[in-house]
Design a protein. Structure first.
Ligand code: ATP
Length: 497
């Protein structure tokens, strides 16, 4: 045990001893943010990383695997932590939250059954349909022939914009193919079904599950709206937008994310409150109705189409790199809110903090995160390249979060993963935040380093920006037609409580 301090229960001002599960950039940002809170005495991290362990109040347990529910639970109990926060999706999918819940340890992160909304595209569509949440026209298939028939139908529809083929199951971001026409959809479908036969397809955790989801291709700008959820109530983080493609101009392969920014000028906060009402809350209610309440971060990936926002996907955790841009913007402590959510009483935490709205208040700063990736990412990232310029980058005023680094015996950080670092700039505008992040990114070097130079450069919906064809009117609340006729509730209460 590293501290003998009593549990924070009596203090009433948030958790004092926390355990964060994970080791990447998202976890570094979470740990950094939580450790700054006055009520927090210690942040334990399993397994963590050298860089995470260098933060004040932090202690890493490198031998405790994030994928071992029993070991995580044992650590949480032995260390008498007040709250466990599970960062990545993989530990959720093996039941880390279930094990903690069964042991009576408050955990922020959904059970395996609730987290299924992320790793099963067909389950996501099923829940969204039952909840009346708008998604792209689509269907799921367990056999090739009917899938091909539907693909032909989608591709041949009047005003068809193409179609999207999605593997059903954990695919590490590689299970989605956006297709212009039937021929490319057919190739993607045949490859997927062939993979099922030879065992190379993404894991469909239950054999009876559909293999593939087919959707019409939507057009518009994407944005993410992440909410802290306690099973029925939800409180939104400010919206963010990430950049998925590897190279400038949205070229190259999809990645886990090459950068992000917040706020999102074309997704105003007033619309976020509406989105919580018509996307997150009905889905929380539907999951609760099925006996699998969702406690954790529910991430809605949205397409802001000309007809209004449409749900593309849910993730069951904080987005990375989005959260690296979001957390430095927050003007309130996260610990009490995550504990409140874990205990099924977000409303009490919101009331205690005196939060006025349905979206977490910010400092007023904008934030831009630029990701620096290893050579050969996303295929087979190079490891072990020496990183230079960390001190210079920090001196620019940007914050540097480590996603995949290791410190050698000589004290030098080296690359140890696909996405290696994210530099986050803050500023009074997105442009000034971007300038800071770019200055910091310019300081950093290693062999084979890859980065984009256009993160947050093109801002849809912002007048006078001048990028031909990109500008469109900002999406307003009026763009959202609520099929169930729900209206946003008052601004001074946590949604759904
Ligand atoms: P992530 O890594 O974001 O979790 P994922 O593998 O779970 O991704 P989705 O988010 O469903 O898959 O899709 C990945 C990307 O494919 C989306 O960010 C979007 O750019 C594109 N996409 C998915 N569905 C559609 C659609 N119906 N229309 C247009 N583009 C889509």
């Amino acid at each position: 045990m590293i501290h003998q301090a009593p549990s924070s229960e009596a203090q009433g001002s948030g958790p004092a001893r926390l355990l964060v599960v994970g080791s990447g950039g998202r976890e570094h940002a979470l740990v950094w943010s939580l450790a700054r809170e006055a009520a927090v005495e210690a942040v334990l991290v399993a397994p963590g990383s050298d860089a995470i362990g260098a933060e004040p109040k932090v202690h890493c347990f490198p031998d405790v695997s994030a994928m071992d529910p029993a070991a995580i639970t044992e650590l949480a109990v032995a260390e008498r932590v007040d709250l466990v926060i599970v960062g990545p999706e993989a530990p959720l999918s093996v039941g880390v939250a279930d094990a903690l819940f069964a042991a009576g340890v408050p955990v922020f992160g959904p059970t395996r059954a609730a987290a299924r909304i992320e790793w099963s595209k067909s389950f996501c569509r099923e829940v969204a349909a039952a909840a009346g949440v708008r998604m792209a026209l689509g269907a799921q298939f367990a056999e090739l022939e009917p899938a091909l028939e539907f693909a032909r139908e989608l591709a041949g529809a009047p005003r068809s914009n193409g179609l999207v083929v999605k593997a059903d199951g954990l695919a590490a971001g590689k299970g989605v193919t956006v297709c212009d026409d039937f021929a490319s959809a057919e190739a993607a479908l045949r490859a997927l079904f062939a993979g099922v036969t030879d065992g190379a397809a993404p894991t469909a955790p239950e054999p009876s599950q559909p293999v593939v989801v087919l959707e019409e291709r939507l057009s518009g700008e994407e944005a993410s709206l992440i909410a802290i959820c306690d099973g029925r109530a939800a409180l939104a983080l400010p919206p963010a937008r990430d950049h998925k493609r590897l190279r400038d101009g949205d070229a190259g392969p999809n990645t886990g994310g090459m950068g992000a920014y917040s706020p999102v000028p074309d997704l105003p906060e007033s619309l976020c409150a509406t989105l919580i009402d018509v996307v997150h809350l009905p889905v929380l209610a539907e999951l609760a109705r099925r006996g699998t309440p969702f406690r954790g971060a529910l991430y809605a990936g949205l397409m802001l189409t000309p007809e209004g926002p449409v749900l593309i996907e849910f993730n069951a955790r904080f987005g990375d790199p989005e959260v690296q841009a979001l957390l430095p913007r927050l003007a309130v402590p996260l610990g009490p809110l995550l504990l409140g959510a874990a205990q099924g009483n977000l409303a009490a935490a919101v009331a205690e903090l005196g939060l006025p709205g349905r979206v977490l208040p910010t400092t007023g700063d904008a934030a831009v995160a630029v990701v620096l990736a290893a050579g050969n990412y996303p295929e087979t990232p190079r490891k072990g390249d020496a990183i230079t310029g960390l001190d210079e980058a920090a001196a620019t005023g940007a914050r540097v979060f480590h996603a995949g680094t290791i410190r050698g015996a000589d004290g030098q950080f080296r690359t140890n993963g696909g996405r290696v670092l994210a530099v986050v700039g803050l500023g009074s505008s997105i442009a000034s935040a971007r300038a800071t992040a770019e200055r910091a990114a310019d300081c950093l070097r290693w062999d084979g380093m890859q980065r984009r130079h256009d993160i947050a450069q093109r801002l849809p919906g912002v007048a006078g920006r001048g990028s031909a064809g990109a500008s469109r009117a900002p999406v307003s609340a009026a763009d959202w037609e609520d099929p169930a006729g729900r209206t946003p509730s008052g601004p001074s209460e946590v949604a759904g409580s």
